[in-house]
Write a new protein. Structure first.
Length: 179
């Protein structure tokens, strides 16, 4: 994440917090980010210097003006005017980071070989909440290379309970044995 994304995303969060709109704007940021991801040509158009700034900001107003919060629309226009619209994803990350800190939320990325059932997700969320002392938001990934078990990344720590992780550990120990 760039310094600009930290500053702008943090400033948007501070504004949303002062207006008690953090939840609403956080949800809308996620929707807009997904739209930008699914339509990279639109994001390219918004950052194209050969298109006048007034036209680009008009496109933002036309697309989001009636549906999104005014602060968010103004924020996107500001990024567009300053040539920073490509930093939108980083701004979303910073907004979410500050939101999580203020709301005592830890994000956990869980990787498993097969999708987890609802009961497994619930049990894992409860266990991670008890361990971290925070509310936990799970992001789930599947990767058949883990073979079995799960790998959890939470607050900069990695908990590896996968078969592939254990096999790697055994291989390292075998390499350390001197014959």
């Amino acid at each position: 994440m760039t310094q600009a994304a930290r500053v702008y995303g943090g400033s948007l969060y501070d504004l949303a917090a002062s207006e008690q709109k953090t939840e609403e704007i956080r949800e809308q940021l996620a929707v807009v980010r997904k739209l930008f991801y699914e339509n990279p040509d639109y994001l390219r158009l918004l950052s194209e210097p050969s298109v006048p700034v007034k036209e680009r900001t008009g496109l933002i107003e036309e697309a989001f003006g009636s549906d999104a919060d005014r602060y968010l629309v103004s924020f996107m226009k500001l990024l567009c005017e300053r040539g920073l619209i490509r930093e939108f994803g980083g701004c979303c990350d910073e907004f979410t980071r500050k939101y999580n800190i203020d709301n005592n939320i830890a994000e956990a990325v869980v990787t498993s070989a097969v999708p987890l059932s609802e009961s497994q997700k619930k049990a894992l969320t409860e266990k991670l909440s008890a361990v971290s002392g925070k509310k936990v938001s799970l992001s789930l990934k599947t990767d058949p290379r883990v073979l079995a078990g799960i790998r959890v990344e939470i607050e900069g720590k990695q908990l590896d309970g996968t078969v592939s992780g254990r096999l790697s550990g055994i291989a390292r120990r075998l390499d350390d044995i001197v014959l």
